[in-house]
Design a protein. Structure first.
Lengths: 335, 283
């Protein structure tokens, strides 16, 4: 086992709405990413994927609030730190974040080089501008971005180019963990491939030590990450390697998700896609028992009452269901 | 997965629904001339599920706007049910729109914010000449339409569209189409802003519309995997031209044009290796 780069232990965070209601968006999530590994998070809209990414940065601002749990980056616990310290010492060097709308993350009135200066100066105010430019040019050349882009404004770049620039800027200080929240969902397939290739290169060259990749595109996740976790209603429901999760999902929710995969391969045409009926539960009042019970085909009465613990099986895998692994596999086989 | 496989139907002898000859759109003139759509010919038959696939900037949306009559073609002519399309006056345009309707990419901006959902659906009934129906009949029609898209009309009354989620809004859009029953439905990337789970539901509904009402569906997308799954015929568009077209099986399993091959290789797959070396980052 490699060295753990990011460890999250029983993390709980909530949103407080303006009517003073609590929304438990991340409810007891634990996982570990080892050095050189990437982890993917899958799930439908509103299941807490993006909130988990925000919570992991330790950078809390209302309406998001920290409740309990530990976030340990390379042996250093950052949970409960005050946001200003987090911004000065953690963001950029320990953990970097690419938001969902990275295309709009660039200020249209400034040149790209200014963002890099900003990032570097936040951690090292005395650094020379010339040095920063040299550093940026070197990094851009290595990642296949033209050096002219540094002197351009954001509006002069195309969508895919903007996204790649944002990634290059946010990883300029070699962060230990990169959190990418749907970095390619607004791009077409060709630009998406370029973004993915660039992120792979960052990993291979050792600029980032580990990566957390969030998306709902499962074929993409399968090709990019080593491990996949499936999240539902603020909790993890299943965890395993990419191979295991795509070809042998155990939890009924992951099984349903994997059925919505669309790829241009022989034999997929005309197959009936089966969507999971219903909508995720309201997280203001999460259900007592299994959170998926209301939408689950195989739910039994006891599913609705007792809280379901995470159960480990086959070494590294985990799932959260009352039914046994063999029992579930048998049910899927019968369909 | 179930073994229920849709057959590949042959549409070559079906009556023409929408066709075009030499349709061109040019923006600007002189040095700044951009040819967005370049002399394209197409034939969409009745009951056919057609996909138009291309990258961003290949002219898909410009073509769809011309098909809808929202912008005029610079050159060429579009035929609706075999006759040249006439949309020279407002009245004729409205008449044409009874035959063709659209679903757009962004569900959040497709609805009038000030109208309640009841009004949205009632308008559709009125457009189909249902003005003199009794209240009960209208209510039943609206309930049926909502049932078709797995929504409960009772829960939607007196709500505004922005109170729904993206997937629900997109489904409500399909409920509108169900009430209007146009000859052609033009769907411009209807699933790119919803997650994979709702996407399956929406695709299923589009297929049901085709099967139950016999609508022609023109589906515009950049995702070739999706086009392969859903369509009978695929048109591949590059820089305003159709580089390849034909039956979905033929085009996607045996692509001839280099562009099609590249599009297919760019999509992440699960049974084959995804080759990242083909990408040139400097391009």
């Amino acid at each position: 086992m490699g060295k753990a780069m990011l460890e999250v232990k029983n993390l709980k965070t909530k949103y407080i709405t303006r009517f003073h209601e609590d929304v438990y968006a991340v409810d007891g999530v634990s996982f570990t990413i080892e050095e050189g590994k990437s982890l993917g998070i899958a799930g439908e809209s509103g299941c807490g994927k993006s909130t988990l990414a925000l919570s992991m940065m330790g950078y809390y601002f209302p309406p998001l609030h920290y409740m309990s749990g530990d976030i340990i980056i390379d042996g250093k616990n950052i949970s409960g730190m005050d946001p200003d310290t987090v911004r000065k010492t953690i963001l950029g060097t320990e953990i970097a974040y690419i938001p969902q709308a990275a295309m709009n993350a660039l200020n249209p009135t400034q040149k790209i080089i200014r963002f890099i200066e900003d990032v570097v100066h936040a951690h090292d105010p005395k650094k020379d501008k010339k040095e920063i430019r040299e550093m940026a040019e070197k990094r851009f050349a290595e990642l296949g971005l033209p050096a002219e882009a540094l002197n351009k404004h954001a509006v002069e770049l195309s969508g895919g180019m903007k996204q790649r620039t944002v990634i290059a800027v946010s990883t300029i200080l070699n962060p230990k963990v990169l959190i990418a929240d749907e970095p390619s969902s607004a791009l077409d397939v060709t630009s998406q491939k370029m973004v993915i290739k660039m992120m792979r290169e960052l990993m291979e060259k050792g600029y980032i030590k580990s990566m957390l990749f969030i998306t709902h595109e499962l074929p993409l996740l399968y090709n990019v990450t080593d491990d996949i976790m499936v999240m539902y209603a603020g909790q993890l429901v299943e965890k395993g390697t990419a191979e295991q999760m795509v070809f042998d999902p155990v939890h009924p929710y992951s099984h349903g998700l994997m059925k919505s995969i669309l790829v241009p391969e022989e034999g997929t045409r005309g197959q009936k896609l089966t969507a999971i009926p219903g909508a995720p539960p309201n997280l203001k009042r999460p259900p007592d028992g299994c959170r998926f019970a209301a939408r689950c085909k195989y739910a039994k009465p006891e599913c609705r009452y007792s809280a379901i613990p995470e159960r480990e099986f086959e070494g590294n895998r985990m799932y959260r269901c009352l039914m046994g692994v063999d029992e579930l596999r048998e049910v899927y086989g019968d369909e | 997965m179930s073994d229920q496989v849709r057959e590949q139907k042959d549409f070559t002898n079906a009556p023409l629904c929408l066709s075009g000859k030499g349709v061109t759109k040019i923006f600007g003139f002189g040095n700044k001339k951009t040819v967005a759509v370049d002399h394209v010919d197409f034939e969409f038959h009745e009951g056919e599920f057609v996909s138009i696939v291309g990258e961003s900037g290949s002219g898909k949306t410009t073509l769809s706007k011309m098909l809808l009559g929202l912008s005029n073609a610079t050159e060429g002519e579009i035929f609706f049910q075999g006759k040249p399309r006439d949309i020279s006056s407002g009245r004729k345009k409205r008449e044409y729109w009874k035959g063709i309707q659209a679903i757009f990419q962004d569900p959040f901006s497709s609805f009038n914010t000030f109208q309640k959902i009841d009004t949205v659906l009632l308008d559709c009934i009125h457009m189909r000449g249902g003005k003199n129906l009794s209240k009960e009949e209208k209510f039943n029609m609206m309930t049926e339409a909502c049932h078709f898209v797995n929504l409960e009309f009772k829960e939607l009354t007196n709500k505004y569209p922005f109170e729904l989620s993206g997937g629900q809004m997109q489904r409500l859009m399909i409920a509108r189409i169900f009430l209007l029953k146009p000859k052609i439905l033009l769907a411009d990337e209807p699933t790119s802003m919803v997650d994979a789970c709702s996407r399956a539901t929406i695709l299923d509904m589009l297929l049901n519309l085709r099967d139950e009402i016999g609508m022609t569906v023109i589906f515009i997308t950049h995702d070739i995997g999706l086009a392969y799954y859903i369509s009978d015929t695929v048109y591949i568009m590059e820089h305003g031209k159709f580089v390849e077209y034909g039956k979905a099986d033929e085009v996607i399993l045996n692509p001839k044009a280099a562009y099609t091959k590249r599009l297919i290789s760019d999509v992440p797959k699960i049974h084959e290796e995804w080759d990242l070396s083909t990408v040139d980052l400097m391009a």
